[in-house]
Design a protein. Structure first.
Length: 144
């Protein structure tokens, strides 16, 4: 991820960010950063919608993704349905699914993709996390 420098433009009275290719408004930059935080694969999107319907939740419900201590590698992922933003949450949207993440968990999850596999080997949700230095064989825990 490129590093950006923030400065205040006296001419336009607008916060802008500079990067080598172009200049982005603060709002555009935040949107771009939000889009890169957590992604949902097409397979995960379809399965989340299926589960949400089966459990009787409407489209106002998204996913609460968090990282907790535990598992064989020290940290583990937790997924739940939720429709309430809590204090300190970052709300990310991908493919129309709202993802609620507390700021502590977000530090571990930036750049992660949530995927789903329905095959015989490892059926379920999987996290492809570029921040993980080690994962366990089951894919449910990791370390950084």
């Amino acid at each position: 991820m490129q590093k950006y420098q923030e400065f205040y433009s006296q001419k336009s009275s607008e916060n802008i960010l500079l990067c080598p290719q172009n200049t982005l408004s603060l709002q555009q930059s935040r949107r771009a950063m939000q889009e890169s935080m957590i992604k949902v694969s097409e397979a995960a999107f379809e399965h989340v919608n299926t589960l949400r319907a089966e459990q009787g939740y409407d489209e106002s419900y998204g996913l609460r993704v968090s990282v907790e201590g535990g598992g064989c590698s020290g940290l583990m992922y937790k997924l739940d349905f939720d429709n309430q933003e809590q204090a300190g949450d970052q709300v990310i949207e991908d493919k129309g699914i709202r993802i609620f993440v507390n700021i502590k968990s977000l530090l571990y999850l930036v750049g992660t993709e949530l995927d789903y596999s329905g095959g015989l080997h490892g059926k379920g949700f999987h996290f492809s996390n570029p921040n993980a230095s080690r994962t366990c064989a089951c894919g449910e825990s990791f370390s950084v």
